[in-house]
Design a protein around this ligand. Structure first.
Ligand code: FMN
Length: 401
């Protein structure tokens, strides 16, 4: 009973996937969780409080201004008397409210009043999911520290529509709940991992540098995912504007040379995941003073030198970790370039992604990756960077076991 004694507040909002929440209640309860449901008025058009109450074996909360419910637990206690809030399905509408701090019904008020972790399982039409407003709201909610599971890609309930927007399956949501409540398995306990993340900044002079658009989101998510599976993780991060992931040791660096030093300092390790977008070149001799414009003189020439290849160094090191993974950010011929990298760098796996500007991957919140190993190529559907991280951590655990 991995969720024995855990109290989950399940918010069901008004999407067609609400029918899957009935199964989710059953799956959570059979693992020992106590489920207290809150339904929006939208949700009640899709499933009845009677069905939800029958499956959860308790009261279903629907009204903010209900005198009985306020006397019973009250909306503030409802928001806090739980270990986790799961919103499944999370509609575009409810996420928009949450991102903007609106509280005009019981569900949104509870979500604003809570101090508990929140897991969202979005479900909507692909056009709604990819709409700029939803992208903004999802970005805001992620930055606010809310966790997401899915959506998956596939056929929609509406015929003829396909794409990203299907709610994650109940068992996937249960797995995410277990991870968040730390009730999940720890297959990487006792293993050491080193992960790099973010860009590097190569100085031109004291105020200018060469950089790239990497946000660090993917590398940070992988560090967190490995830590959740029990690994002791050192995250070597270039300059990023995102929070440190929980449960990992973070070493902050600026330049590729510092990143290499920190990575080698973290060996021996069982796992190396080199996600950072390391600058290939640095300015050979950065100016000690700010370079000034000189009247009559053109722009100053920049002489570049090659940076150390961190992945290749780790892949061929005497203390080579058992599993070495590199990320290949490519804008063309992703598969071939990935295959060449696998060979050259001595890696077990290259996670190749197309970072052409139109994909929005570099700096964005989702990723669409191909896994290239000596055995072949596996393409994953477009996933959130957190989901890519969880799947990759699972891949690593299987490989090590
Ligand atoms: C048949 C039907 C299916 C719908 N499915 C979804 C859905 O899957 N996801 C979504 O975000 N909205 C969906 N909507 C729209 C929401 O129900 C609507 O935005 C509603 O205001 C959501 O209210 P709530 O967020 O308070 O539950 C659907 C509407 C209808 C009529």
């Amino acid at each position: 009973m991995p969720l024995a004694g855990k109290r989950i507040l399940l918010v069901i909002s008004g999407g067609i996937a609400a029918y899957k929440s009935l199964d989710l209640i059953r799956r959570l309860r059979e693992r020992g969780a106590e489920v207290r449901p809150v339904m929006t008025s939208g949700a009640q058009h899709f499933v009845t409080p009677l069905a939800v109450g029958a499956l959860s074996s308790g009261h279903v909360y629907t009204d903010l201004f209900s005198r009985e419910d306020e006397q019973d637990v009250g909306h503030i206690r409802l928001a806090r008397d739980c270990d986790l809030i799961v919103v499944a399905p999370a509609t575009a509408d409810l996420m928009a409210k949450m991102a903007n701090g609106l509280a005009d019904d019981l569900a949104s008020t509870v979500l604003l009043a809570t101090d508990r972790p929140v897991l969202l399982a979005p479900a909507m039409n692909p056009k709604m999911w990819s709409h700029a407003a939803t992208r903004r709201n999802v970005g805001t909610l992620r930055r606010d520290g809310l966790a997401f599971i899915g959506p998956n890609a596939g056929e929609m309930a509406e015929s003829g529509e396909a794409g990203a927007g299907r709610m994650a399956e109940p068992l996937e949501i249960v797995a995410a709940v277990e991870r968040l409540l730390d009730g999940g398995a720890k297959p990487l306990a006792g293993r050491k991992a080193v992960v790099t993340s973010g860009p590097t900044h190569e100085p031109i002079d004291p105020v200018r540098y060469i950089a790239n658009r990497s946000s660090g989101r993917q590398g940070h998510a992988i560090a967190a995912a490995l830590a959740r599976l029990g690994a002791e993780v050192t995250l070597v991060s270039g300059p990023v504007a995102i929070p440190d992931p929980p449960g990992v040791t973070v070493i902050r660096v600026e330049q590729a040379s510092e990143m290499l030093e920190a990575v080698l300092g973290a060996l021996p390790a069982d796992i190396a995941v080199m996600v950072a977008a390391v600058a290939d070149w640095r300015v050979t001799t950065p100016n000690a003073e700010k370079i000034k414009k000189q009247p009559g003189e053109g722009p100053p020439p920049l002489m570049l030198s090659e940076n150390p290849d961190i992945l290749k160094t780790v892949g061929h090191h005497t203390k080579r970790p058992t599993v070495v993974i590199g990320f290949a950010a490519e804008t063309q011929d992703v598969e071939n370039n990935g295959r060449v990298k696998l060979e050259k760098k001595g890696a077990d796996l290259i996670v190749a992604n197309d970072v052409s500007p139109e994909t929005g991957i570099m700096g964005g919140t989702t990723n669409s990756v191909k896994l290239i190993t000596a055995d072949g190529i596996t393409a994953w559907p477009e996933l959130s960077k957190d989901d890519v991280a969880d799947r990759l951590a699972g891949w690593i655990a299987e490989r090590l076991i």
